[in-house]
Design a protein around this ligand. Structure first.
Ligand SMILES: O=C(O)CCC(=O)C(=O)O
Ligand SMILES: [Fe+2]
Length: 361
């Protein structure tokens, strides 16, 4: 499918999402709502494409030991090399961004609205009417880390998105003490929020929202039409690979410094007197040679990897340009603790031992 639409992430034409609404949920949690990330026309094009082309499935989930069919259609897209997503005993197949090119245009619009974001996976949901819903939950899988930013783009039928604070010991005690009349006043209750997610809108949850809050899209008898929702997420595995690469480079630096130490005496030490303990120097030379050969091998391997990365891959953050996934696959054994491809740095140079009686002979 070669359909590509260029998304306009600034429908107001004034260089910013002027109608952005921020809701501070307290304790480091925040929600941002942008009613018009995309224009209505482009949003309908995306809707039609997604509705027709996405291989929607309605999996059977296991919740509290009981099986039930998920009350909405779903699909999952992720960059290569990420850990698998598993929820309620279900592991969705991870499609590639290249399978559905218009998703990259939507991601681009989200990126423009959220500069610096690095979303690398996407969960798609389709609600085929008011009976389809998502129950109260938090997207607090370990895979997303402690403070995930989740960007949710909606198309088609407007639906209500509800948020409520997770019951904590202290908030439970507080609400038990409150008079019922006060607890029922939902509109002024800071522990509940409601957003009507419009066609072409963006809602962002960030900070500790997944730790401290639940969200849902409840059934609505009157919502007859189809709604499609995309939640862009960052799976943390790739970030970890950056760290692992950094460790590799630090190791290289240590090795280089050690080598310098090893080589200096070879150049600077005056030649030994003939007839003195020459075996001591040949022992030292072999040691140095081994270290040099090991270093050349390591640097060669790393240079090869870097050359492949720079020559064959493009640098970029979305699914199509997935350096980390490639490194992950190629170097799984070395960066994931299997057989170490890179040996540890050589031991510090040893003081030459006085020659034994045997070697003196
Ligand atoms: O459909 C929505 O707006 C929310 C979907 C959602 O919460 C999820 O996929 O985790
Ligand atoms: Fe969610």
């Amino acid at each position: 499918m070669s359909l590509r639409f260029k998304a306009i992430s600034d429908p107001d034409g004034n260089g910013s999402n002027s109608k952005e609404q921020k809701t501070d949920l307290g304790n480091g949690s925040e929600v941002v709502y942008v009613p018009r990330l995309l224009t209505s026309d482009e949003s309908w094009k995306f809707f039609d494409y997604l509705n027709k082309e996405i291989p929607w499935t309605r999996p059977t989930l296991r919740v509290f030991g009981r099986s039930h069919v998920q009350p909405r259609d779903t699909c999952y897209v992720a960059s290569k090399g990420l850990p698998e997503l598993i929820y309620s005993g279900y592991q969705p197949h991870a499609y590639s961004w290249d399978d559905f090119p218009p998703l990259k245009d939507i991601l681009e619009a989200v990126r423009k609205a959220l500069p610096g974001s690095t979303f690398n996976s996407l969960l798609l949901n389709r609600y085929k009417g008011g009976n389809d819903y998502v129950g109260w939950h938090a997207d607090d899988e370990k895979l997303y880390g402690p403070t995930p930013e989740i960007a949710s783009v909606s198309f088609g039928c407007e639906r209500e998105f509800l948020m409520k604070k997770k019951p904590s010991k202290s908030s439970q005690e507080r609400s038990d003490d409150e008079p019922v009349s006060k607890r029922l006043k939902k509109s002024s209750n800071p522990d509940h929020h409601s957003f009507t997610l419009k066609h072409g809108s963006l809602l962002v949850m960030r900070g500790y929202t997944q730790r401290d809050w639940l969200h849902s899209v409840p059934k609505r008898a009157k919502a007859e039409a189809t709604r499609i929702n995309l939640t862009f997420r960052v799976s943390l595995h790739q970030a970890n690979n950056y760290l692992k690469l950094m460790v590799l480079f630090v190791l290289m630096g240590t090795l280089e410094a050690t080598l310098k130490d090893q080589l200096t005496p070879v150049v600077e030490t005056p030649p030994p007197h003939i007839g003195e303990d020459s075996s001591r120097y040949s022992h030292r030379s072999i040691e140095t040679l081994v270290v040099v050969l090991a270093a050349i091998t390591i640097i060669g391997v790393i240079a090869g990897i870097i050359a492949r990365l720079c020559g064959g891959r493009h640098f970029g953050g979305n699914g199509e340009h997935d350096i980390e996934g490639w490194v992950e696959r190629k170097c799984r054994s070395c960066i994931d603790g299997g057989v170490p491809a890179v040996p540890p740095p050589p031991p510090p140079p040893q003081e030459p031992k006085p020659p034994s009686e045997e070697t003196k002979k």
